[in-house]
Design a protein around this ligand. Structure first.
Ligand code: NAD
Length: 305
């Protein structure tokens, strides 16, 4: 394998987390301790693992974490009341509502209840709208992590043609917005696109966020394309199961100039940028107290990693 082509997400995430720790220490000297409230509704096993990892990582960074576990049959009003309490608590910098939620809870309503200034996942419509206007807002963690990897690999992205495969609210759409903000020409392909492969063959940058194991092989790629594989798919391989991406790594590797592996590519970046967003939220809230006339968006100033 050509190791020099590998985009090492573990190492990149470690660098981001190092910066987060440094930023936490700097805030602490001003009497500010960033705090992340994590809400888990129900007992979904995968969600429990994600929440545990987020809390562990927060603690490693010096971010206080507050876990709120609600029963799977918790009434929606109780969840909304908890979010309102956390919104009003000045000691809470960020609120993360672990998805998916049980079916009886309206996901959009719950996400919209989070104060946009504490919306460290970047899912509130105020942050989504701000991102689509190219403003510096709290942006979703996975696409922000992809941008970091791309900028570390390619430097300035101006003028690059990027194809994003997938149009979800969590990955595909914010990814496209961030690439546009970085002055790329962006094409988004999805399940109803008529010839996704032909469009993808024109791309300097391919970001795959589909959820279909190894769908993208070398035939989708222009020689020298940079490939970011967001997909995390568990497949059965003989008598053991393992994780693969949306990209057929072995096929794509010779064609790509750089590529993220799965695991060890985009995955570690998501938690790293959750921590980054929590510290950013804490800093912006502290600044807003000093400058009360600024609106949250005016106060927003996402430091360049
Ligand atoms: P999603 O199911 O919400 O969206 C998938 C998208 O793929 C849709 O927009 C759909 O139109 C598109 N699609 C489906 N079939 C297609 C096809 N044949 N051609 C082109 N487009 C097609 O999924 P999601 O939440 O965006 O996640 C995508 C993948 O990324 C999943 O594997 C998920 O596990 C993974 N993921 C990883 C991280 C991470 O931290 N690395 C975070 C979020 C999601």
């Amino acid at each position: 394998m050509n190791i020099s082509k590998l985009i090492d997400g573990k190492a990149a995430a470690a660098r981001v987390l190092q910066q987060v720790k440094h930023d936490v220490l700097a805030l602490q000297t001003q009497g500010i301790t960033p705090a992340l409230a994590v809400i888990l509704v129900g007992e979904d096993p995968a969600s429990q693992v994600y929440v545990r990892n987020k809390i562990l990582r927060a603690e490693e960074c010096g971010i206080r974490s507050i876990e709120h576990r609600l029963d799977a049959d918790c009434p929606q009003d109780r969840l909304l009341a908890l979010i309102a309490t956390l919104n009003a608590d000045p000691a809470v910098s960020g609120i993360l509502l672990q998805l998916p939620l049980p079916a009886h809870i309206e996901e959009t309503r719950a996400l919209q209840a989070i104060d946009p200034r504490k919306d460290v996942d970047g899912f509130h419509s105020e942050n989504v709208g701000g991102l689509s206007q190219g403003r510096d807002v709290l942006a979703p963690c996975t696409p922000t992590g992809c941008m970091y990897l791309l900028e570390q690999t390619l430097g300035d992205l101006t003028g690059k043609h990027a194809v994003v495969i997938g149009r979800s609210n969590i990955v595909g759409k914010p990814m496209a917005a961030l690439l546009l903000k970085a002055h790329c020409s962006v094409t988004v392909v999805h399940s109803r696109s008529t010839d996704a492969r032909a469009l993808c063959q024109l791309a300097d940058i391919v970001v795959a966020a589909v959820g279909r194991p190894r769908m993208i092989d070398a035939s989708w790629l222009k020689p020298g394309a940079v490939v970011i594989d967001v997909g995390i798919n568990r497949i059965q391989d003989g008598d053991r199961s393992r994780l693969v991406g949306d990209v057929d790594f072995d096929s794509a590797l010779p064609q790509a100039s750089a590529i993220t592996p799965v695991p060890g590519g985009v995955g570690p970046m998501t938690i790293a940028f959750l921590m980054h967003n929590t510290v950013t939220a804490a800093r912006q809230q502290a600044q807003a107290q000093v400058q009360p006339h600024n609106s949250p968006s005016e106060a927003a100033c996402l430091s360049a990693y």
